[in-house]
Design a protein around this ligand. Structure first.
Ligand SMILES: [Fe+2]
Length: 220
């Protein structure tokens, strides 16, 4: 199956939408798989490797409750045509490794196969690479609508709490541009863009933080 065109607001992708999967699968995938954990804000003098976790509840919308993932601004640092890759890690990259996983779903819990998911974020010092594609990359969801990203925990910069930027586009659907946040970051409450619906569920069972977020898209 050919890959869709990358984010092009004027040219929507031409992919088929995967038919609904088994009901049991929906129940399993739409349920919360683990509670959030916290990533306390680190200053630029505090390595992200010091980050630890505690469990909190997530208000993130789930499929089946008619809620959709809220859109947010892309900000000024989006670069089109990022490389296709599921790992943004590069040799010598400083920062705490994190794995972000989840699904792209419709409000009726249908997995969106081959949906485009494009992440970009700062390094652990809060700086974007605006010249190249460091910590930028896109991928396509699998047959179950799943994505998996290996990267580092981003830093933060003046006026913003810690966040990922992401664009998500299912076949023949509009692009959702949004941001994902880390639970229990003190700066969340001072960031005017922060929305609790966009909190990832994060846990750390000793092998580094694992984040989960399911995107729920309204189908046009
Ligand atoms: Fe940003």
């Amino acid at each position: 199956m050919p890959k869709p065109r990358r984010f092009d607001q004027s040219r929507r992708t031409l992919l088929r939408i995967t038919p609904p999967m088994l009901a049991a699968f929906f129940v399993a995938t739409c349920s919360r798989r683990f509670a959030n954990s916290a990533l306390p804000v680190a200053s630029k003098d505090t390595p992200n490797s010091d980050i630890s976790s505690t469990r909190v509840l997530s208000p993130t919308p789930t499929c089946g409750d008619e809620a959709v993932t809220p859109a947010q601004t892309a900000g000024p640092f989006f670069t089109p045509d990022s490389p296709e890759r599921t790992s943004l890690l590069e040799p010598g990259m400083v920062g705490t490794r994190i794995v972000v996983t989840g699904q792209v779903l419709s409000t009726s819990c249908t997995p969106m196969a081959n949906a485009l998911v494009d992440f970009w974020h700062t390094n652990d010092q809060g700086d974007y690479d605006n010249q190249g594609y460091t910590l930028r990359g896109h991928q396509f969801t699998d047959s179950e609508g799943r994505y998996r990203l290996e990267t580092i925990v981003p830093g933060f910069y003046p006026g913003r709490t810690r966040h990922f930027h992401v664009k998500v586009q299912a076949a023949n659907q509009p692009v959702l541009t949004t941001q994902l946040y880390f639970p229990e970051e003190p700066l969340n409450q001072r960031d005017g863009l922060f929305r609790p619906e966009l909190l990832m569920a994060v846990r750390d069972e000793g092998n580094g933080p694992q984040a989960l977020f399911d995107f729920v898209l309204a189908m046009s």
